[in-house]
Design a protein around this ligand. Structure first.
Ligand code: NOJ
Ligand code: CA
Length: 594
């Protein structure tokens, strides 16, 4: 055991940003604790809690085994009680579902498997009445191969204006049988597919950075820009508060489609993070800003260069972007601390709020990853078959939740994270739909293991996911051990992951210090300790030994049982320091250091 390890002696006398008391209005403008002055639009996204709903797997309203909008509507109260400020819906548009809906055939209609546009409008309004904002997913890099534009392009043939909206090119080699370049697909396999001419002869190739069912759009084409701005207005007009932008760094390509150089200059990579993107997002920002009540743009940007990342968050571009740097850190204090520092340093110059993300629908569930011997991130689940100590993983995921929720900025929760669900690694092969699995020839298990339908109630599948026993089985099988992880079971146990999330989000909403300034406190290398505002302290123990909590503090929440004043390994605690007694206390080890 490490004694007096924290040695906290910082003076916690900093100004506090006060937040108004939470309130959820019954109608009209969304009103929550994030909207301080009624009638004045707030910068609500700066510290919002945003819950990601993967519609297919959230709740099934009509009993066909597939989640839908009726299911979401029936569970809105659950999300309000959990304490979320906004819901981000993964794509719900008409789609052949070649990539779980990220292959959109019609941006202005809801896929019939999920419901109707009218029902989406009702859902947006009902969420709004509960004080919950709605964020929809916009997929601008590509469309479905069933989208009317792509169908028209295929029909119109080489050199046609219809094809100019995409990247059609003749192949190389004497018979055009070689791909136009050697870029790589994000989803295994090749990024080019050859078309067949109307007379049956082999034709031009088209580019798809993902699956062949997702042809890339040509963002140099004015129709593409105009169409997407119109789609933004379409959803903003229906009351959504923001959009999540899929693959936001990939849209623009060098029209010469050159090979990828070894070390491209910043902004000069042929298909990623090109400088021209900023102009597109400035015009999107103008669309968002044309609405008086703060509609926001959230970028999915996988960029290793933090300065390049932050450029997208300049005041006239996106409001926030997912912090994947934090998400991919192993369970290691130094790595997490460096990532937090990098994040805050990158966001400060552009005055954008950071986001804190532990998982999403593309990555291994944290409970499983943190329970593995090697906790480093692998995209996607390359360590399939690696054993995981789920109890250890769950302890760490609980601690990680308290860490993420105490950091300054907005917080994302992927559905099921609040239940501590683990990755399902033994799905029957015939159920797996993720193209990553199929395009890898079955070597990559793909992402369906984190997309298994949520367990709501009862002791056996479908765990209340579908309405009754006459319902079809869920589209992905739920493991039997989820009987202990249903919303119903966890609601009975304040010590459950759900109990922890509920308490955590309640404190986050109500404690004014959590809107206050962030400062590291001195601690041992295996421990993260920081203050927010005048009195809030978060301590995360990633070391192998218990650490003594500082004296003179009251415990408001812990991820594990505390015996005496010892915080066990793989645990986190939220504390409040007692106010300093006299000015002379400053600089002394105020909280029971050595
Ligand atoms: C990122 C999304 O999160 C992922 O699910 C999708 O497959 C790709 N973009 C392609 O749209
Ligand atoms: Ca359904």
């Amino acid at each position: 055991m490490t004694d007096g390890v924290l040695g906290i002696n910082a003076t916690l006398a900093r100004p506090t940003t006060l937040e108004a008391v939470p309130s959820r209005s019954a109608q009209g403008e969304v009103s929550s604790h994030l909207d301080r002055a009624p009638g004045r639009p707030s910068e609500w996204w700066r510290r919002a809690v945003i819950y990601q709903v993967y519609v297919r797997s959230f709740a099934d309203g009509n009993g066909d085994g597939i989640g839908d909008l009726a299911g979401v509507r029936s569970r809105l109260r659950y999300l309000a009680d959990l304490g979320v400020d906004a819901i981000w819906f993964t794509p719900w548009y008409v789609s052949p579902l070649a990539d779980g809906g990220y292959d959109v055939a019609d941006y202005r209609a809801i896929d019939p498997a999920f419901g109707s546009l009218e029902e989406a409008e009702r859902l947006i309004a009902e969420a709004h009445q509960l004080g919950i904002r709605t964020i929809v997913d916009i997929v601008p890099n590509h469309v479905s191969d069933q989208h009317p534009w792509f169908q028209a392009a295929l029909a119109a043939g080489p050199g046609s204006p219809e094809r100019a909206r995409f990247w059609f090119r003749p192949g190389k080699g004497p018979d055009g049988s070689e791909m136009p370049n050697h870029w790589t697909s994000n989803f295994w396999g090749e990024p080019w597919t050859r078309t067949t001419n109307p007379d049956g002869t082999p034709g031009d190739w088209y580019l798809h950075l993902f699956t062949p069912e997702q042809p890339d759009l040509n963002w140099g084409h004015p129709d593409v820009r105009a169409e997407h701005e119109d789609v933004l207005r379409f959803w903003f007009d229906r009351g959504v508060a923001g959009v999540r932008i899929d693959s936001a760094a990939l849209l623009v390509k060098d029209p010469a489609l050159p090979e990828i150089p070894e070390n491209p200059a910043p902004g000069q990579h042929p298909n990623t993070d090109r400088d021209e993107l900023h102009d597109i997002y400035r015009s999107w920002r103008a669309v968002a800003d044309s609405y008086p009540d703060r509609r926001i743009l959230v970028g999915e940007l996988w960029l290793p260069d933090h300065e390049r990342f932050a450029k997208y968050l300049r005041p006239d571009e996106l409001h926030t972007a997912f912090n994947f740097d934090f998400m991919v850190q192993p369970w290691n204090a130094a790595s997490l601390r460096e990532s937090i520092d990098r994040t805050l340093a990158a966001h400060a110059p552009v005055n954008a709020p950071a986001t804190w993300v532990l998982s999403n629908h593309d990555v291994t569930r944290p409970v499983t990853r943190y329970g593995q011997e090697d906790t480093s991130f692998a995209f996607v689940n390359k360590r399939a078959g690696t054993p995981s100590d789920l109890e250890k993983g769950r302890r760490r995921a609980r601690a990680a939740a308290l860490l993420a929720a105490a950091l300054p900025g907005s917080l994302y929760i992927y559905q099921g994270e609040e239940l501590g669900l683990d990755e399902v690694t033994d799905l029957p092969a015939h159920q797996i739909q993720d193209p990553m699995h199929h395009r890898s020839g079955g070597t990559d298990p793909g992402r369906d293991g984190c997309r298994v339908p949520l367990p709501w109630s009862g002791t056996c599948p479908p765990f209340g996911f579908s309405p009754d026993s006459t319902s079809a089985e869920p589209w992905l099988s739920q493991p039997r051990h989820w009987a202990n992880l249903t919303v119903e079971a966890e609601s009975r146990d304040p010590g459950s992951m759900l109990g922890l999330y509920r308490q955590m989000l309640a404190i986050r909403r109500e404690d004014p210090d959590l809107g206050g300034e962030f400062a590291w406190l001195p601690s041992d290398p295996g421990v993260l300790a920081f203050a927010r505002g005048d009195r809030f302290i978060c301590i995360v123990n990633l070391s192998a030994a218990p650490v003594r909590l500082p004296a003179g503090c009251s415990l408001s929440l812990a991820s594990a049982a505390i015996s005496g004043d010892l915080l066990p390994p793989d645990a986190a605690a939220w504390l409040h320091s007692e106010p300093a007694q006299t000015p002379g206390d400053a600089g002394r080890p105020a909280y029971g250091g050595k």
